[in-house]
Design a protein around this ligand. Structure first.
Ligand SMILES: *[C@@H]1O[C@H](CO)[C@@H](O)[C@H](O)[C@H]1NC(C)=O
Ligand SMILES: *[C@@H]1O[C@H](CO)[C@@H](O)[C@H](O)[C@H]1NC(C)=O
Ligand SMILES: *[C@@H]1O[C@H](CO)[C@@H](O)[C@H](O)[C@H]1NC(C)=O
Ligand SMILES: *[C@@H]1O[C@H](CO)[C@@H](O)[C@H](O)[C@H]1NC(C)=O
Ligand SMILES: *[C@@H]1O[C@H](CO)[C@@H](O)[C@H](O)[C@H]1NC(C)=O
Ligand SMILES: *[C@@H]1O[C@H](CO)[C@@H](O)[C@H](O)[C@H]1NC(C)=O
Ligand SMILES: *[C@@H]1O[C@H](CO)[C@@H](O)[C@H](O)[C@H]1NC(C)=O
Ligand SMILES: *[C@@H]1O[C@H](CO)[C@@H](O)[C@H](O)[C@H]1NC(C)=O
Ligand SMILES: *[C@@H]1O[C@H](CO)[C@@H](O)[C@H](O)[C@H]1NC(C)=O
Ligand SMILES: *[C@@H]1O[C@H](CO)[C@@H](O)[C@H](O)[C@H]1NC(C)=O
Ligand SMILES: *[C@@H]1O[C@H](CO)[C@@H](O)[C@H](O)[C@H]1NC(C)=O
Length: 504
C-alpha cells in the first residue's frame, strides 16, 4: 500500500533551495519573508464553498498555486486548529473535541503544546507575530485563563472569546477585555479583523512578520454584513453527488438519517447554504484589502499569503442536513491557495497537503529546521518554489476524529439513546460518541479511503475513489481481504506515528 514520501529526498530539495537563495543551512536566516495566513471556518471545496471568493481566487490562486488535494487531519474546529498550530496529529497534541475536558485551549494545551506551535518558533526567530479573530473554541473562558491569557508566541493579539460570532462578542486585545455590540460600523467581526490587520501593516509592522487572520465566516450564526444580506437570494445547495442519498451501507449515525430528507430540512439547509456564502463575501473583501495594503506598502513581493479553512462542510450529502464531522471528502477537504516570493502564477499542484504541513512550511520559510521540532507534518515550501517532483511527496495520511455526544438521552429523541449530539428537530443527529473513527486516505497508487470505527460493530468503511468519487459504495465487504489487512496495518502504524514516522 502506497510509497510514502522520501523524506531524505525532500530534505535534499529543501537544502538545495536554501543554497540557491543564499541562505545558510543550519541556523542562519534567509532574507526575511513575511507570512500571512487567512483561516476561514467551515468552508468546503466540494459543494461550492469557494464560489463566492472571486477576488481571493484572482489575488491568491491565480497569482500563485492552488492545491485541489488539501485536507484537514480532523474535521472539527478546535482539534483542527490545534493541529494547524502545532503541526501535529490529534493523537500527539491530545485535543479531542471542542470542550475544555477534550483539551480545547485547556491548561494542558497551554503548557504542553503552545510552546511547540509555530508562532512560538517564529517569534523566537525574530518575527513580529499578529493574530486577529477566532482562535480555539474555549479561548478566553475563565477555566482557560480568561482574556488575560495571551497564547505563547503572539506579540499583537486580538483573540475572540469562545466560538464564532459576528456581533455581540468579547475580544482579548493583548490581554485586555474588549466588548463589542451590534453596530455594523464598529463591530462586524470580519471587518474589524480587516481593519486591525491594515492598521498593523501600516503602523507597526517591521519585516519579518507573521499575521494570522481568522474570521468567523462561514461558521454559524451566519450573520451577513448589511450590504450582503440579500446576495444569492435564489441560490440553493447543489443537488448533485451524494445529495439526499441514503448512506445505507455506512456507519450507524449516517444510517439513522431520514432519506429522502423532510422538506423542512431541505429548506433549512438551503437557507444555511445561502447565508454561508453571504458571510464569505466579507472575507473576500478582507483578502482584497489586505493584499492591496501589502502592495501599497511594497511588501507584496516579500510576503507569502496562504488561504485555507479549518474543515469542510456538508449540506444534504447522505441526507445529513448540515455539519462537518464526517470522514467523507466534503468534510475533510479544504481550500488551499498560496502566493508569494518564488511562486509562479496560475499553478495547480496535486500533492496531498495537510493542515499539519502549514506550521512546518512557515518554519521552513523562516529558515528553521522542522526535523528539530515535534511537528508531524512536512514543509511544502519546496513544492511552492520548484517544478513538480511528485515522487518525493507523501502518498497517504491519517484522518482521526473523536465523536462528541451528550451523556443524557435527548428528551425529543428518546429512541436514539444517550450519546448523540447536534440533533435536528426530526431526530437526525450529526454526531455521537461512537462517531469516533480513524482513516487512511491514500492518493497513490490508488485513491482509497479506509476507516475503522470505535463503535460496538467495529464498523469498517472502504471507498475506491477512483471508481466512486462521491463515496456512494462502501466496498469493505466485497474487496480482497488482503487489501483490508494491508490498510489495517498501515492505519495502526499511522495512529502510533510521531514526527519523522508520520512523514514517511
Ligand atoms: C535538520 O535536522 C536534522 C535532525 O537534527 C538533521 O539530520 C539535518 O541535517 C538538519 N538539516 C539541515 C538542512 O540542517
Ligand atoms: C491566470 O489565469 C487566468 C485565467 O486563465 C488569467 O486571466 C490570468 O491573467 C492569469 N494570471 C497570471 C498572473 O498569469
Ligand atoms: C489532555 O492532555 C493531557 C496532557 O497533555 C493528557 O494527559 C490528557 O489525556 C488529554 N485529554 C484527552 C481527553 O485526551
Ligand atoms: C446583540 O445583543 C442585543 C442585546 O442583548 C440583542 O438585542 C441583539 O439581538 C444581539 N444581536 C445579535 C446579532 O446577536
Ligand atoms: C473598518 O474601517 C472602515 C473604514 O476604513 C469603516 O468604514 C468601518 O466602519 C470599519 N469597520 C469596523 C468593524 O471597524
Ligand atoms: C433577490 O435580489 C434581487 C436583487 O437584489 C431582487 O431584485 C429580487 O427581488 C430578490 N429575489 C428574492 C426572491 O428575494
Ligand atoms: C456539484 O455542484 C457544485 C456547484 O455547481 C460543484 O461545485 C460541485 O463540484 C458539484 N459536485 C459534484 C459531486 O458533481
Ligand atoms: C416537498 O417538496 C416537494 C418538491 O418541492 C413536493 O413535491 C412535495 O409535495 C413536498 N412535500 C411536502 C410534504 O410538503
Ligand atoms: C470531550 O472529550 C472529553 C474527554 O474525553 C469528554 O469528557 C467530553 O465529554 C467530550 N465532550 C463532548 C461534548 O463530547
Ligand atoms: C452508537 O451510539 C448510539 C447512541 O448511544 C447507540 O444507540 C448505537 O447503538 C451505537 N451504535 C453502535 C454501532 O455502536
Ligand atoms: C478502483 O477502481 C479502479 C477504476 O475502476 C480500478 O482500476 C481499481 O482496480 C480499483 N481498485 C481497487 C483496490 O479495487
Amino acid at each position: 500500500m502506497g510509497h510514502p514520501a522520501s523524506w531524505a529526498a525532500l530534505l535534499v530539495l529543501s537544502t538545495a533551495w536554501q543554497l540557491v537563495l543564499g541562505g545558510a543551512a543550519g541556523g542562519g536566516r534567509r532574507s526575511p519573508h513575511n507570512i500571512v495566513l487567512i483561516l476561514t471556518d467551515d468552508q468546503d471545496t466540494e459543494i461550492g464553498g469557494m464560489t463566492p471568493m472571486k477576488k481571493t481566487q484572482a489575488l491568491i490562486g491565480q497569482a500563485g498555486v492552488s492545491f485541489p488535494n488539501a485536507f484537514t487531519v480532523t474535521p472539527l474546529c478546535c482539534p483542527s486548529r490545534s493541529s494547524l498550530l502545532s503541526g501535529r496529529y490529534p493523537h500527539n497534541h491530545l485535543v479531542r473535541n471542542n470542550s475544555l475536558e477534550g483539551n480545547c485551549s485547556s491548561p494542558a494545551w497551554q503548557k504542553n503544546q503552545e510552546p511547540l506551535a509555530f508562532p512560538s518558533y517564529l517569534q523566537r526567530q525574530g518575527y513580529q507575530t499578529f493574530y486577529a479573530g477566532k482562535y480555539l473554541n474555549q479561548y478566553g473562558q475563565p477555566a482557560a485563563g480568561g482574556v488575560q491569557h495571551v497564547p505563547l508566541g503572539w506579540s499583537y493579539w486580538n483573540g475572540l472569546v469562545g466560538n464564532s460570532r459576528y456581533y455581540n462578542y468579547t475580544l482579548s486585545a493583548n490581554g485586555r477585555e474588549e466588548r463589542h455590540g451590534q453596530r455594523y460600523q464598529d463591530d462586524y467581526l470580519t471587518d474589524l479583523i480587516t481593519n486591525r490587520s491594515l492598521e498593523f501593516l501600516q503602523k507597526w509592522s517591521h519585516p519579518p512578520f507573521l499575521m494570522v487572520l481568522a474570521p468567523p465566516a462561514s461558521h454559524s450564526p451566519w450573520t451577513a454584513a448589511p450590504g450582503y444580506a440579500t446576495a444569492y437570494n435564489t441560490t440553493k445547495a447543489p443537488r448533485n453527488g451524494s445529495f439526499n442519498v441514503h448512506g445505507k451501507d455506512k456507519h450507524w449515525l449516517v444510517r439513522q438519517a431520514r432519506s429522502p430528507m423532510a422538506n423542512t430540512s431541505i429548506e433549512f439547509l438551503d437557507k444555511a447554504y445561502r447565508e454561508r456564502w453571504q458571510t464569505l463575501l466579507s472575507v473576500d473583501d478582507l483578502v482584497e484589502r489586505v493584499v492591496g495594503r501589502l502592495k501599497a506598502l511594497d511588501l507584496l513581493a516579500s510576503t507569502y499569503v496562504f488561504y485555507t479553512s479549518d474543515n469542510g462542510y456538508h449540506a444534504g450529502q447522505f441526507s445529513l442536513p448540515i455539519d462537518k464531522r464526517q470522514l467523507y471528502e466534503f468534510d475533510i477537504r479544504v481550500p488551499l491557495l498560496v502566493r508569494g516570493p518564488g511562486i509562479k502564477a496560475n499553478q495547480t499542484r496535486l500533492e496531498p497537503i495537510l493542515n499539519i504541513d502549514l506550521g512546518p512550511t512557515f518554519l521552513d520559510i523562516a529558515g528553521l529546521n522542522v526535523s528539530q521540532t515535534a511537528m508531524d507534518g512536512q514543509s511544502f515550501l519546496p513544492l511552492l518554489v520548484t517544478p513538480a517532483q511528485p515522487s518525493t511527496w507523501r502518498a497517504d495520511f491519517l484522518v482521526q476524529y473523536t465523536g462528541e455526544g451528550h451523556p443524557d438521552r435527548d428528551p425529543a429523541c428518546p429512541a436514539l439513546g444517550p450519546g448523540v449530539s447536534q440533533c435536528f428537530p426530526d431526530c437526525v443527529c450529526e454526531d455521537a460518541f461512537n462517531n469516533t473513527y480513524a482513516c487512511v486516505r491514500a492518493l497513490h497508487p490508488h485513491s482509497l479511503q479506509y476507516c475503522e470505527f470505535a463503535d460496538r460493530q467495529a464498523f469498517v468503511e472502504l471507498y475506491n475513489l477512483t471508481a466512486d468519487p462521491h463515496q456512494l459504495h462502501n466496498v469493505a465487504r466485497s474487496v480482497d481481504p488482503t487489501l483490508l489487512e494491508a490498510l489495517n496495518q498501515r492505519l495502526i502504524k499511522l495512529q502510533a506515528c510521531e514526527g519523522p514516522s508520520c512523514r514517511g
